[in-house]
Every structure is written in structure tokens, then in C-alpha cells.
Design a protein around this ligand. Sequence first.
Ligand SMILES: Nc1ncnc2c1ncn2[C@@H]1O[C@H](COP(=O)(O)OP(=O)(O)OP(=O)(O)O)[C@@H](O)[C@H]1O
Length: 592
Amino acid sequence: MPINTNMKEKDLSIQAIGITKKYPKNKIGLQPLSLEIKNKSFVALMGPSGCGKSTLLKCLNGDNPATSGEVYINGLSLIDNYDLVKKSIGYVPQDDIIHRELSVYKTLFYAAKLRLPDGTPKEEIDIRINKVLKSLKLNQHDQGNQQGQKDIKDKKVKELSGGQRKRISIAVELLTEPSILFLDEPTSPLDPETIDSFLKSLRDLAQEGTTIIMVTHKPEDLNYVDEVVFLGVKGHLVYKGLPNKITEHFNVDSIIEVYSKMSDLEKVKKNYHPPKEDSHSLNLNPKLNKRRPDSSFQQLYWLAKRYLNIKLNDHSNLLLLLLQPIIIGGLVSLVFSEFRIGVIFLTAISAIWFGVSNSAKEIVSELPIYKRERMYNLNINTYIVSKLLILSLIALIQVVVFVAIIYFNFKINAITEFPETYLRPFWESVGFLFMISCSATLIGLFLSSYFSNTEKVMTVVPITLMPQIMLAGVMTKLDTRFIEILSFFTLGRWGTEGFARLQDTYFENSAIETESVLIPEFNPDGYHKNDCKCEASGALNQLGLYDESLIDKGVLIGGAFNNLATNVLAVLILSFIMYLLIFISLSKKDSI
Ligand SMILES: Nc1ncnc2c1ncn2[C@@H]1O[C@H](COP(=O)(O)OP(=O)(O)OP(=O)(O)O)[C@@H](O)[C@H]1O
């Protein structure tokens, strides 16, 4: 293990030597700087907006490593030993890294299960939870657990104040007992009274042994810290020293004046002293030695359990998810008096809709949590599968409810009005539509992993759904090779065609001699199997995906996919492609 032999003092938590940061298009994030931070110190990182404070924080903690130079954490190179070093780092970015639907206890419990070594007993986890709550003054005693007031551990995160939420985010990080804690603007959303108790608890934490580096904009925060690091515009380090000496250093009366002075590039350049040391190495393409996953099965179990808990705790959303199939199924039953291709089409499209709409927000809305957990030990495959498992369960319930409504409606209608026409078979239909819905879930998860905010995802969802409707062959026949090939990439086409085929196949295989064609073709009385001239192709014939003559002329490929197995295979291939795309999108979110 390469220990940094150049380390001057044993009591340094962080040593940055000649680090710089360049963003794409040669945009400067940080000018060359060197920095040493002592053990157990509480350091404020300040500077005008956009000067590079978060950039520096991320260079120091590995979230987005420096373009060149070296960072040592407790004497170990951040780049070479990230797998080891990350365990001694706690990091709370600007956004909260906790789920709002969980209780405080569950939030901390799942975080412990995901981060602590496998097999850590519950008793030890409880001890750690109580300890971190106490150290952040969030325990019952400090919160005044009077009669009628819930213990903070039982409260849901969404019931907490901004200050309490921030502390719970920090508590998550403290569970693993990091020696260094990076906090990005933790005091921004807090009122002065909350800030006082919050910063006092951080100061106590530093005195107990945790080095804390905190980005802040608030001059009054300087009353609590040991040191200030001040950056001028364009990432120049212009001051590092005692908080009460900063105004003297810049020959001004207040910290506000330091801000205005250090927003002027010319003045900044006069105060900037580039590091004397040469950069130890040039990591123009830094690769952190990391991402080795911890036990995937344990991680999958706890991720899926946490996600299920989040979903079950969000009662209103759960109700809406359940209402969806009831409302859409009810509408289809109301509008269609007999089982026709329109019903098949809408059923397939509904299955797609359930999948996409259930999943489209699920990654993007928890991006800060994902990124932080990914930095620590999250395995991308485990993460995707945990989402897919729980969302598939929801889709299964929706599909069962939807198909049941369609099934019973058309069965009852068939008995009373149209004896020959109703959906069957029930379980095969559920199975096929469930597969379509799972595949659509992957489409939604891809959108959620690709775009950076929920608004963008919600804008793209209808654009994704329209081709499913247009290329299913119901609105118009597929009559050119180009349109046909496009349709191969839609679930709408495979779902509608496959579902229609399933109905016809069932009829062909039916042992009941008097069984009827599901969809009567051109014949209002319906065909009977015994005198059926169309070989039970009622549903597919009504769909009329292709103009047969175009297949004969070789314009369309058509017939190559003329069975249910190939329809199913196509859906599986599309699902696999989607899974790969999600994996690539999530990999791209890794900082390097
Ligand atoms: N991922 C990125 N890609 C390109 N440019 C970036 C990226 N992240 C930051 N920057 C740019 O680098 C500069 C420093 O940004 P940074 O977020 O570090 O500033 P900051 O001092 O933390 O700002 P604030 O106080 O507003 O949070 C800004 O000009 C910003 O636009």
C-alpha cells in the first residue's frame, strides 16, 4: 500500500499538492493550489458564488477528482487507494441524501445495512444510531420528548425541519465513523437559532476527532470554525488561516468586503500565490481505484427492502397507482361493447403506460442519494435490479387488476349480449402483459437515468409513448420497410401483435369444440370453430398489421416474425437493450 512518504506532518487529515481542475471545453474549475488540513479541525470553505468551492470539495473527497496534482487523505493517495480511503470520508452534498418517506430510524437503519460490513448485528447498528443522534443533538432528550411528541426516530423525514433533515443526512454519514466530514452549504437553509445549535454540534464533533470541511456563505458561521479557506473568482486560493485574521489580511472592515474584493479578478490575482511545489504527478485522466462492489446479494436485499418500504409509506401515490388500472380498465369496458382489436390495443398500451409512468421518476428524483451511495459502495446492477423488482411487483398488481376488469366485463357482456366474444385466457394474458409492463418499466428507468431532472423526464415521457401508439399497426398499417423497422423498436407493436396472437393461439389450442373465435371477423354473429374458415385468426386479421401483398413483393419483412415466440423474443431483446442503456447512463454519472 503506497504510503505518502512526503507527508510532512503525521497529524494532517488532508494534503492537496498542486491540484487543478479543468472542466470540459477548457473551463477552469480550480487554479493550481496546495492545501493542508489538520486532524480534528473545523474548516470553513468560503468565496463568491461560482468561484469553485464545491469543485474543491469534490476534488478533495473523490466525488470529482482533480485534473492534476495529488490529494492525500490520512496519508494515503486518494486516487490509488480510493476503496480504502472512501471508508474514512463522510460527504453531504448540497441536496439531502435521505428519502423523505422513511422514518428517521429506518433511514439510518438501511444506511447502516448498506454501508457497514455484512452481518453487523442489529444491536450494534442500534448503538451506532443512538450515538450519532446524540452527537448531533437529535436524541430524545435534546428534542424534549414531551407527552404527545413523537420520538424523533419514529418521525418521517418529511415531517422534520430543514435543520433536522440536514442533521439526519450528516447522521447517515457518521454511522460509518468517518475521520473526515465534507459538508456542502449545510447552513444555507437554516435560521440563525438553528444554525447556532447545528454548528455547536459540529464543533463538538470536531473536538471529538472528526475533521470537518464545510462550504458556507454565512459570515457568522466563522464564529464556530478553527480555520477559513477563501477562494477568489476562477478558483484562486487567496486565504487560508484564522477566521479572525481574514479582514486584517485583506485590509478591510468586514467579511462582506472580502467577498466584493475577491470577486474582482485583478485583485484576486494579486492575492493569489501559486503553490511552490511542483505537482507530484499529472493525472490528466484520473481513475479512482474504486467501484469494487460489496456483497451484491446483501446489497440487493437491503436496497429492495428499503425501496419497498418507501413505496408502501407513500400512501397517496400507492392509491393512485392502484386506481390507474381500475379507471382505465373501467373506461375501456365502458367504451367498448364487445371484445375487439381496439380493446387488445388499449390493453397492451395500458400495460406499457403502467410500466413507463411507474418508473420514469424513480431514479432522477433520488439522484443525490444515488450518487452518494454510488461513491460509497453501490453496485449499478444491484441498484437497477432492486428498482426493477419492486416496480415489477407494482406492475404485476396493476396488470392483474386491469385484465380482471377486462376479463369479467367482456365475459359478462358475452353471456348477456355477445355470446361469442370475450377475452381469454386470463393467466396467459396477465403473463404476457406483465412482461410488456416490465419491459416498459425499463424504458421508464432509462429515461429516469438519462435525464438530469424530473421536468425533462416528464417532457420526454409522451414523446416516448407516441411511437408505441402510432407504430402498433392499429392507427395505420405498416407499409414501408422504414416504418416497419421503426416498429421493431416499439413495445406497442410487439405488445399489440403478441397479445392478439395469444388470443388466436388460445383459440387454436382450445380443447372445447364449441369454443368461439374471440374476435368475429366481419361477421356480427361471430365464427364458430367448427365452421371457421380463417383458422382462428380473428384478432390478428382485425389488427391487419401488414398489407400481405407488400410482403409478397418483398417490400416488408413481415412473415419472419410470424409467431408468438418471436414476439416474446423481440420484447426480451428490447428489454435487454434498455437494461444496457440504463447501465451506461448510470455509469456516465460516475464522476470520472
Ligand atoms: N460539472 C461541471 N461541468 C462544467 N463546469 C462546471 C461543472 N461543475 C462546476 N462547473 C463550473 O465551475 C465553476 C465553479 O463551480 P462550483 O460549483 O464549484 O462553484 P461554487 O463556488 O461552489 O458555487 P456556489 O457558491 O454557487 O455553489 C462554475 O463556473 C461552474 O459553472
